[in-house]
Design a protein around this ligand. Sequence first.
Ligand code: NAD
Length: 382
Amino acid sequence: MVRAVILGAGYVASHLAAGLAKIKKGEVEPYGVPLARYDLPIKIEDIEILAAYEVDNAKVGKTLYDVAVEVFKDTGHTIPEDLKKIPIRRGMHLGSAKVLPVEARGLEDEVGIKEAIERLVREWCELKPDVFVNIITTEEARKVESREEFIEKALKGELSATQTYAYAVAEYVKRCGKAAFVNAIPTPVANSPGIVEYFKEVGAVLFGDDGATGATPLTADLLEHMAERNRKVLFIVQFNIGGNTDFLALTDPKRNAMKETTKSSMVEDILGYDAPHFIKPTGYLEPLGDKKYVAMHLEYISFGGFKDSIYINARINDSPALAGMLTDLIRLGKIAIDRGAAGTVYEVNAFFMKKPGPEGSRNIARSHAYLKLLEWLGLSRY
Ligand SMILES: NC(=O)c1ccc[n+]([C@@H]2O[C@H](COP(=O)([O-])OP(=O)(O)OC[C@H]3O[C@@H](n4cnc5c(N)ncnc54)[C@H](O)[C@@H]3O)[C@@H](O)[C@H]2O)c1
């Protein structure tokens, strides 16, 4: 059994909970869950979502079912009744939802930051989650260099919401049991040396940063294809336009810059040189909804100085792609805890994350990372 808490009750949270419930009932196959065909000690059926945390006043106090009604409208897909059992509780805000057209309030606005952290830790000590999944709105944040900076700034309310949640999780682990924190958004957590050090110290597990779902892993594998054939990449452009609230948040230049950092890190890491590139989410267009438009254009020099081009055009359902990855990350979180791991695990991050921690880690092709992950799990490719 693995008990999970979700931070941020939006599109991805709704798809994760709905997809899990349907897989458990045998209504859909576990496609899009990378390790579904392997026999892991924790099964997909073992995942239980206990609660979600939010700051949007219109969502707090409701259930994930209520949120899913909006997310699933016009998709033709049904919403399992099971989502009515997942309550949405109030979390910490720290400005992360400011850019959204919602009225947002955090626990810290009512009782101050120290008491807000304390309340969450007390709630979690009762709920006893094993894994926390962070899928709040993309926020602006800086790296945390040392454990002292982490503790001091968290208690003063000077860190981002994600980093403050990570601090609360570390406190929960100190007092009430083992846990893993999965950071699926660009905020540097697994890439913050101070946070990784503190997690190691308290015996907590950390995966991050920023789930690699649609165009990023595809680009990484394409770059590896070029590198292995010694084709010289002249440039690469890759952009996304979407109509969900995540893309709306990314119209804020500072938040967009966070995504650009996590997405662009792979070019030099994989090719061994920094080919000119433009890789970032480029726009919000409401009618596209959650099915984003992805375009990619790559030019390279082949044998004898001849120039070739690759063009890719795709429409990709954004949130289900991350939800499938999170299904495995929740299981891997529990597996890592049971193995006695502490700090962050590169073998997991390298496959699942756009900017794999710890800081300074190489961003490698996902086809290679997949094999490393299987090795870490003691499995061989079937
Ligand atoms: N394929 C993907 O969809 C994909 C891939 C990688 C990363 N991500 C990341 O996942 C995150 C979630 O995406 P989404 O489409 O579900 O977005 P969403 O806007 O539908 O949901 C995010 C939710 O988080 C809530 N929130 C904001 N600040 C919060 C806080 N401090 N505490 C609790 N809740 C808070 C918002 O009110 C909102 O309901 C984004 O940050 C995005 O960057 C998504």
